[in-house]
Design a protein around this ligand. Structure first.
Ligand code: NAI
Length: 297
């Protein structure tokens, strides 16, 4: 089969001044996409800003014969999101792909969590994806084509100490993506999630000895596929790192049905309720309702 090319497709990649975003940007550019390299250029905790990071990646892409433009707006405001999409329209005349990748960390235990840890993290990861994806959405709908890849994290999907803010924001992206997959279906807009692990400035102190096996370049192939016209899935999530790719899904067990359900029944039949045998993986609330109604009838 032919390689996955992106000739003429325009991709916005947020937070692409380093780490995973830089790797995605360079690879899509190598494959012929025209790239908006967005990056606010701040530190891991979101403080500060600068133009160097995004511009350096644009220079790298151009040196490799690709096409890219830098954008330094923050994803964390509606104006910033609009300006990022406008950069794609002004420079390349269209937008086809949005890769929501910008991120910051402000880890702390829930006991110590204050607004200064909560608000910026929700703003960048969760609201940022809304602020960038929404102005692009009307163009994707109008042209009947779009690919959206958002960057969640196992910290939210599975849970991780000290990351209530980050975990909630990241799991919020799963909800956003699942609904976008449904709303976008008839316009050939596909929206998917990755939950990556990679050695970047965000993680280099916490990954331990395995870090060197976790190059960002080993996450990018999954993003490349999910951003491509041939992508065959939507509303799905993939765990990616070090060359491993696995699907993450939300399933529901067959559970139990008891006409006179009581708290004691829940206690006594907890193992049956929790049993994973025969679980289903609904693609929408409708599918879950159909399952529920079937077992009730
Ligand atoms: P990174 O720190 O190298 O990249 C994040 C980029 O986002 C930075 O270049 C930063 O300047 C930019 N950014 C931050 N706030 C921004 C804003 N308001 N507007 C525009 N750009 C902004 O770290 P990494 O690891 O490459 O992170 C990329 C994404 O992957 C993040 O969303 C992160 O949460 C996620 N992730 C990374 C994992 C890993 O193992 N590296 C694990 C799970 C998720």
């Amino acid at each position: 089969m032919a390689d996955l090319g992106f000739d003429g497709k325009v991709a916005i990649i947020t937070g692409a001044g380093g780490g995973l975003g830089r790797s995605h940007a360079r690879e899509l550019a190598r494959r012929g996409a025209l790239i908006v390299v967005n990056d606010l250029g701040g530190s891991v905790d979101g403080s500060g800003s600068g133009t160097t990071a995004a511009q350096a990646v644009v220079d790298e892409i151009k040196a490799e014969g690709g096409e890219a433009v830098a954008n330094y707006d923050s994803v964390a405001t509606p104006e910033g999101g609009r300006a990022i999409v406008q950069t794609a329209l002004d420079t390349f005349g269209r937008v086809d792909i949005v890769i929501n990748n910008a991120g910051i960390l402000r880890d702390t235990s829930f006991k110590n969590l204050g607004p200064e840890q909560l608000e910026p993290v929700l703003d960048v990861h969760l609201k940022g994806a809304f602020y960038v994806t929404q102005p692009a959405w009307e163009h994707l709908r109008n042209q009947g084509y779009g690919r959206i890849v958002s960057t969640a994290s196992g910290a939210g999907i599975f849970g991780n100490f000290g990351q209530t803010n980050y975990g909630a924001a990241k799991m919020g992206l799963v909800g956003l993506t699942r609904v976008l997959a449904i709303e976008g279906a008839k316009y050939d807009i596909k929206a998917n999630i990755i939950a990556p692990v990679a050695k970047t400035r965000m993680t280099e102190d916490i990954l331990g000895p395995i870090a060197d096996k976790l190059q960002p370049e080993l996450v990018t192939p999954v993003v490349t596929y999910l951003a491509h016209e041939e992508c065959a899935v939507t509303g799905e999530a993939y765990s990616v790192g070090g060359g491993r790719v696995a699907r993450i899904f939300i399933g529901v067990t067959p559970g139990i049905v008891e006409a006179g359900l009581s708290a004691e029944t829940v206690r006594d039949r907890l193992d049956d309720i929790r049993s994973e045998e025969g679980y289903a993986v609904p693609a929408s609330l409708n599918e879950e309702m159909v399952l529920a109604l079937k077992s009730l009838s």
